[in-house]
Design a binder for this molecule. Structure first.
Ligand SMILES: *Cc1c(COP(=O)(O)O)cnc(C)c1O
Length: 391
C-alpha cells in the first residue's frame, strides 16, 4: 500500500496507553525495596484516598474490577434463584459474575443514542425474582441516576453499579462513587485510573466494608497475636502494595486526565463535523461534556454504505498507523450465553451497536493534532470505500 509506506515515519497511534509519571515509578521502586510488597500500608493509603474522593464512603480495594462486581453481588445477598438485570452492551465480566454467584442475568436492551441500558426496558424486565440491577456507564457516560434509583427504591432492588469505566465521571456535579448503593470500579491498565490490574468497591457502611474485607481474603478475621476465625466463604482477591502505589500516583492526576480526555473528545466532534464520514452516516457518541469522563470515543460504521466490513475498516486504520478496538460485541450472542437460551434478535440495539462500533484512540498523552489525524483517516477510508465510489 502506498498509503502506509508514505506515512511509515509517523509513529503508531495506539487506541489506549496509560500515563505513569516518574514519581510513581520511583514510588514503586521504594515499595519493592521496603520488604512489604503485597497488601499493606500502600493499600491502606489507597483506600483512604479513594474514600476521600468518594465523599468519605467506605472503600475496599481488590485485585480486579471483576472481583469487585462478584463480591458486590455477594454483599447484596444475590445468589441462586435470583435475577439480576443488566445490559448486553458491556464487557462480558458484567454478566459472567451473575452466573458466578449462582444467579441469572436478565438483559434489557440499550438506548441506541446513549448506548447504555434503556431504563424503560429495565423496568419492564423486573419480575418477583429480580434482586439487583447492574447498570454500566459505557465509555464513562452515566445513566439517568435519579430515575435509576427511583426504580430501585420503588421495587426494593439493590444496585451494584458497574462503574469500571466511570472513575472521574459525575452526575449533577456529584462524583460517581460518592452517591448510590454499591459502586464497583476497575483499575485495569486501559481504564482512566489504573493500578495495572485492580479495582475498588464503594460501600454503604462499615458492616459492608468488613464483609468486603473478609470476602477479599478467605473470610478470615484475626484477633490479637494468635486468634483466627473464618466465618464466611471468601476467596483470594487482595491487591498488591505495588499496584496500590501505582493507583495512588494516578489519583493525583485524575482531574487533569478527565479534562484532557474531554478536550480530545471535543476535538473529535469538531473533526467529524460536516465531514464525509458524518454525511455517510458514521455515528457519534452523545456529546456530554459535564458528566462523562470520556473513557472511550466509539463511533458506529454505516456498514451497508461501505464496501468493507468492520475488520477491513480497522485494517485500513492500522495501515495508516492508527490503532482501534471493539467495545463490545453483544454479550448474549456469545456461545456460553446462547447455550443458556439467549438468541440473536432479542436485543436488536445492542446487537447492532456491537456489530458496528469501533473505538478510536483516546488517551491522555494524545494531542488534538493526533485526533485530527484520526478524523482525516476515517474520512479518507469512508470516501475510498463508500458504495458507488469511483475505484
Ligand atoms: C474493565 C471492565 C470490567 C472488569 O474489570 P477488570 O478489572 O478487567 O476485571 C467490568 N465491567 C466493565 C464495563 C469494564 O469495562
Amino acid at each position: 500500500m502506498t498509503q502506509s509506506s508514505a506515512q511509515s515515519s509517523v509513529p503508531f497511534l495506539p487506541f489506549v496507553k496509560p500515563e505513569i509519571d516518574e514519581e510513581t515509578i520511583a514510588g514503586v521502586a521504594d515499595v519493592l525495596r521496603s520488604g512489604w510488597i503485597t497488601t499493606g500500608p500502600q493499600n491502606q493509603a489507597f483506600e483512604a484516598a479513594l474514600s476521600e474522593y468518594c465523599g468519605g464512603r467506605p472503600v475496599r480495594t481488590f485485585n480486579s474490577g471483576t472481583a469487585t462486581l462478584e463480591i458486590g453481588l455477594r454483599i447484596a445477598g444475590v445468589g441462586p434463584g435470583d435475577e439480576v438485570i443488566t445490559t448486553p452492551a458491556s464487557w462480558v465480566a458484567t454478566s459472567n459474575v451473575v452466573y458466578e454467584v449462582g444467579a441469572s442475568p436478565v438483559f434489557a436492551d440499550i438506548d441506541p443514542i446513549t448506548r447504555n441500558i434503556d431504563l424503560d426496558k429495565l423496568e419492564a424486565a423486573i419480575t418477583p425474582r429480580t434482586k439487583a440491577i447492574i447498570p454500566v456507564y459505557l465509555a464513562g457516560l452515566p445513566v439517568d441516576m435519579d430515575r435509576l434509583y427511583a426504580i430501585a427504591r420503588q421495587h426494593k432492588l439493590r444496585v451494584i453499579e458497574d462503574a469500571a469505566q466511570a472513575f472521574g465521571s459525575t452526575w449533577n456535579g456529584k462524583r460517581i462513587g460518592a452517591i448510590g448503593d454499591i459502586v464497583s470500579f476497575s483499575f485495569h491498565a486501559n481504564k482512566n485510573l489504573t493500578s495495572i490490574e485492580g479495582g475498588a468497591l464503594v460501600l454503604n457502611n462499615e458492616d459492608e466494608a468488613e464483609l468486603a474485607r473478609k470476602y477479599r481474603l478467605q473470610g478470615i478475621t484475626r484477633t490479637g497475636f494468635d486468634g483466627m476465625d473464618c466465618d464466611v466463604l471468601g476467596g483470594k482477591y487482595n491487591l498488591t502494595d505495588v499496584a496500590a502505589r501505582v493507583g495512588l500516583g494516578q489519583l493525583k492526576h485524575i482531574e487533569r486526565f478527565t479534562e484532557q480526555r474531554r478536550k480530545l473528545a471535543h476535538a473529535y466532534f469538531t473533526g467529524f463535523e460536516g465531514s464525509a464520514a458524518a454525511k455517510l452516516g458514521v455515528g457519534l457518541p452523545v456529546a456530554d461534556f459535564t458528566n462523562s469522563n470520556w473513557h472511550m470515543f466509539q463511533i458506529t460504521l454505516p456498514l451497508e454504505r461501505l464496501t468493507l466490513d468492520r475488520a477491513g475498516f480497522m485494517e485500513q486504520l492500522k495501515e495508516r498507523g492508527i490503532g482501534s478496538g471493539v467495545h463490545y460485541p453483544a454479550i448474549h450472542l456469545f456461545t456460553l450465553y446462547r447455550e443458556r437460551g439467549f438468541r440473536a434478535g432479542m436485543f436488536p440495539h445492542a446487537e447492532r451497536f456491537g456489530a458496528t462500533t469501533v473505538t478510536l484512540p483516546l488517551f491522555t498523552q494524545m494531542s488534538v493534532a493526533d485526533v485530527a489525524r484520526v478524523c482525516r483517516a476515517v474520512d479518507e477510508i469512508c470516501k475510498q470505500h463508500a458504495v458507488g465510489a469511483a475505484a
